[in-house]
Design a protein around this ligand. Structure first.
Ligand code: C2E
Ligand code: CA
Ligand code: CA
Length: 652
């Protein structure tokens, strides 16, 4: 009669208990993986306990010990089967998406497990896998080998998945899997060779701990500095809750002024205030579900309706309206803040959308302007969705070079000929249709793609001007819009000049339209750009004249050849005597200073009459032509400038 040696089982209980304690002491977002892992740990623990009990009963043979021996040996073995099964589940969930798992056929994969469970449960009758004789002695049955074989097949199966997916797995995940396989196989092997040592559970405990250590990042979601949940944890939380169809709100707090606190009071004070804020939020929010995002954002996760969440917003607001104190600081500290409430899944339906919504609503300027509490409206969301669409369209057009440049003639009212033209960009997207420049230019300015757009327009204009011999047809320059954002950028002048350099074109053939806001910034960089451009012979126009609030004398200091009077000035002058008076005085002043005047938005013969009365020489507008594609523009140009036809659209 063999006596069971319990040392390894006891060691395995100690190890797995330590693992369980570690696991439950950290902040964690419950995912499918972490749930499987929890079951795994508990079953490994239970298995060891059953094994010890079974061994103890069998070490002391008696009548009841046979029944108990059967019971606990079966429980122990069922535990082993479940452990193997959970390992398989764990690695499948680790390496596959939910959709893939559905397709994968977990049911088929669980058939051998079910068969084994039946075999074990019936073994007291069949003695197939093991039996306990009337003396209370344990014997292996003829079926024991097949169970080892099935177990080995599962291990092989997991290794096979891992090999197939090894490229998508992290180094840590591969290591964990490798170590797990080795420890399980080694223990099973020794168990076969030395049946009296109880090694299987020990192998499981080691394997489980190895997974925990190697994949700890998957289970620990704390922010080390503040004790809140981490940034990555929020994305996990959002996706788990959404996939469980939970409705929730996230109250996001953005802090400001920390640069100042760092600079004036020091890092320790800044960290202390940050910690106080984290503590305040964790106390306030149920189950402490506070996440410290990158930068100075805190997200509070609430499974409440909008009204419930607003209560929390109010409490947070109240706290921030009073100052913070730090022992290390000499005075009380005011922390600028902004709070936004975003509802899931109706307003945001992914972590990505949440963070881009935040980027649009909780910005530095928001904090600066004291717009403290932001409740997103339907329009905010629609605006945001549209913004994403337009940004995608811009990105596509930049990538594929599918913008078009249209030309709108500017007519010399004295000669009735085309004097020059304005290049205007057009965006026709395959998915979202026609998008107006008034909509996409501001977005392109925001995300920096405006430089590529300007490059595109300049290149198209130069190529067109040279190829179609536009100068010979009486158009001595084309006007190209330069955005205000570019005016303050350091390399703008050089960039533009080097594009012009690539064509057989004179710099004076290009005129750049800049807006009042850009020109009057009087920023040193703007002046440098303007000087380099004008020194190189590029001329400038002042666009949208009359819409800004700039001081006339400031404007007149700039080397601007042409003032383009905005259409709104013309249109209001037609309706209103005071506005007419302003327009009149303005044109007189500009003329006396030797500036050329182009009036935009000239739509009717009455508009033209008015301009003639005011002595304005150049006009641009639908009365002559809308912006048109290259070929149409060339045709118009030839008709008007070479064949002497009327420039008026309705006459052509
Ligand atoms: P803008 O520079 O003031 O351009 C004149 C706008 O007035 C053009 O609109 C033009 O089609 C429109 N327009 C011309 N005549 C008339 C008229 O008689 N009646 C009316 N109702 N409108 C008239 P568009 O092409 O939609 O461009 C809008 C704005 O988008 C431009 O205003 C400009 O600020 C910007 N933009 C257009 N193309 C470019 C570009 O290539 N680069 C940059 N940075 N901005 C551009
Ligand atoms: Ca313009
Ligand atoms: Ca304009």
């Amino acid at each position: 009669m063999s006596t069971w040696k319990l040392q390894f089982e006891i060691a395995s209980i100690v190890l797995i208990s330590a693992n369980i304690i570690l696991f439950y002491t950290c902040n964690r977002i419950e995912t499918k993986l972490s749930l499987i892992f929890q079951h795994l740990m508990w079953i490994v623990l239970a298995t060891s306990i059953f094994d010890i009990i079974a061994a103890c009963v069998l070490n002391n043979p008696s009548k009841i010990s046979i029944v108990l021996g059967y019971l606990f040996t079966i429980l122990y073995n069922l535990g082993l089967i479940l452990v193997i099964w959970l390992y398989v589940l764990y690695f499948i969930h680790l390496t596959m998406t939910d959709y893939k798992i559905q397709q994968y056929g977990l049911r088929r994969l669980s058939v051998p497990v079910i068969v084994e469970i039946i075999l074990f449960c019936t073994t007291p009758l069949t003695h197939f896998i093991f039996y306990i004789d009337s003396e209370g002695v344990y014997h292996r049955g003829i079926g024991m080998g097949q169970w080892y074989f099935i177990g080995a097949l599962y291990v092989l199966h997991v290794s096979f998945i891992a090999l197939k997916k090894s490229k998508e797995m992290s180094k840590m995940q591969r290591t964990a899997l490798g170590l797990w396989t080795v420890s399980i196989i080694a223990c099973a092997f020794f168990q076969l060779v030395f049946p009296q040592y109880l090694l299987n559970s020990f192998g499981n405990a080691i394997g489980t701990i190895l997974i925990y250590i190697a994949l700890q990042g998957d289970f620990v979601d704390s922010d080390r500095m503040l004790g809140t949940y981490s940034n990555d944890a929020l994305a996990k939380k959002i996706s788990v809750s959404l996939s469980n169809n939970v409705k929730f709100q996230i109250v996001t707090v953005r802090l400001g002024g920390f640069e100042k606190i760092n600079a004036v009071q020091g890092y320790e004070v800044a960290d202390d205030v940050l910690r106080q804020i984290a503590e305040f939020l964790m106390k306030l929010i149920p189950r402490h579900q506070v996440f410290h995002l990158t930068g100075l954002y805190f997200a509070c996760y609430l499974e409440t309706g909008v009204e419930g969440a607003k209560e929390y917003v109010k409490k947070i607001e109240q706290r921030f309206e009073t100052k913070f104190y730090s022992k290390m600081a000499k005075n009380a500290i005011d922390v600028p803040y902004g709070i936004a409430l975003i509802g899931f899944p109706n307003q945001a339906d992914s972590a990505r959308k949440y963070s881009s919504l935040l980027n649009t609503v909780l910005t530095e300027p928001t904090l600066a302007n004291n717009r403290k509490i932001i409740y997103l409206s339907e329009e905010d969301i629609d605006r945001y969705d549209r913004k994403i669409e337009v940004e995608r369209a811009i990105e596509r057009a930049v990538r594929n070079g599918t913008f078009k440049v249209y030309y709108q003639p500017i007519i010399d009212l004295e000669t009735q000929k085309v004097h020059c033209a304005e290049a205007l960009i057009r965006l026709q997207d395959e998915e979202y249709g026609y998008i107006y420049p008034d909509e996409f230019i501001p977005l392109a300015e925001e995300n920096g793609e405006i430089t590529q757009i300007t490059n595109f327009v300049l290149n198209s204009v130069c190529r067109f001007y040279v190829d179609k011999k536009i100068e010979e047809k009486g158009v001595s320059f084309i006007e190209v819009n330069l955005s205000a954002v570019e005016c303050v950028q350091q390399d703008t002048a050089n960039r533009i000049l080097s594009i012009l350099n690539g064509y057989n074109i004179d710099n004076k053939n290009i005129n750049l339209e800049i807006t009042e806001t850009a020109a009057v910034g009087r920023n040193a960089q703007v002046n440098l750009n303007i000087d380099s451009l004008t020194n190189a012979g590029v001329t400038l126009s002042l666009d949208d004249y009359g819409t800004g609030y700039s001081n006339m004398s400031q404007l007149l200091e700039l080397p601007l050849e042409i003032a383009k009077v905005d259409k709104s000035m013309l249109w209001t002058a037609m309706k209103n005597d005071d506005a007419m008076c302003v327009l009149k005085k303005m044109t007189e002043l500009l003329h006396s200073l030797g500036r050329k005047i182009v009036v935009e938005g000239v739509e009717t013969r009455e508009h033209v009459e008015l301009l003639r009365k005011l002595g304005v020489q150049y006009a641009q507008g639908y009365c002559f032509s809308k912006p048109i594609p290259e070929e149409e523009f060339v045709e118009y140009l030839i008709n008007v400038n070479e064949y002497g036809m009327s420039p008026y659209g309705d006459d052509l």
